[in-house]
Design a protein around this ligand. Structure first.
Ligand code: GRF
Length: 195
């Protein structure tokens, strides 16, 4: 299976995914795409020998569809079977999602369906939850809504800040996403639960 990874930032999830796709793994990374030239993940991908490209979303201003058409065309060149959103911070419209639905995954830093959207770590602390974590799900047109493929749980500690909590969750993201992708690429949708 050919996997394209979309990112906006440092790409630590992309690195974890790419490093997992070796040996008898049914998938290989074929493209890393960012929505800006200065996404740190692009250089990390290049250093790993993975084709890396970007389409800056800003020139498209509010024309999401035009940005997504450009993104779609570029993706088609790589002929991906699966798309992994990994810290990709652009909301994708229904049109784009429908073209890839069933073949596109996302990782979200909360135990969905709780805390869809942004600032999940601060919201968990605000709510006083004892547990937090991350979720890998299939992407559907509704934000952070699709079928859940895996979750990882971490404890919330009394002295946690959003940063310390985010760091604890990120460690689990790097375990969860590769575990889910390995199954998904093999056509196995059995739920992954960590630890
Ligand atoms: C992470 O905090 C993750 O929860 C979210 O995107 C952020 C950046 O991830 N999905 P990465 O280091 O760019 O993979």
């Amino acid at each position: 299976k050919r996997v394209a990874i979309l990112l906006s930032g440092g790409g630590s999830n992309m690195v974890a995914l790419a490093q997992s796709m070796t040996g008898d793994h049914p998938a290989r990374p074929v493209l890393v795409m960012a929505n800006s030239a200065d996404a740190g993940g692009l250089d990390k991908a290049r250093a790993m020998g993975i084709e890396a490209d970007f389409i800056d979303h800003r020139p498209f201003k509010g024309d999401r569809a035009a940005f997504e058409d450009a993104l779609h065309e570029r993706l088609l060149l790589a002929k991906p079977d699966i798309i992994c959103l990994a810290g990709f911070m652009r909301v994708l419209t229904e049109g784009f999602v429908r073209r890839w639905q069933g073949r596109m995954l996302n990782i979200h830093p909360s135990l969905l369906p709780k805390y869809r959207g942004l600032h999940t770590h601060a919201r968990v602390l605000e709510a006083g939850d004892a547990q937090h974590g991350c979720t890998v799900h299939e992407v559907t047109p509704e934000l952070d809504e699709g079928p859940i493929l895996g979750q990882a749980i971490v404890p919330v500690k009394a002295d946690d800040t959003p940063e310390t909590l985010a760091a604890r969750v990120l460690v689990m993201e790097h375990l969860l996403y590769p575990a889910v992708l390995r199954r998904f690429a093999a056509g196995d949708r059995t739920l992954v639960r960590l630890p």
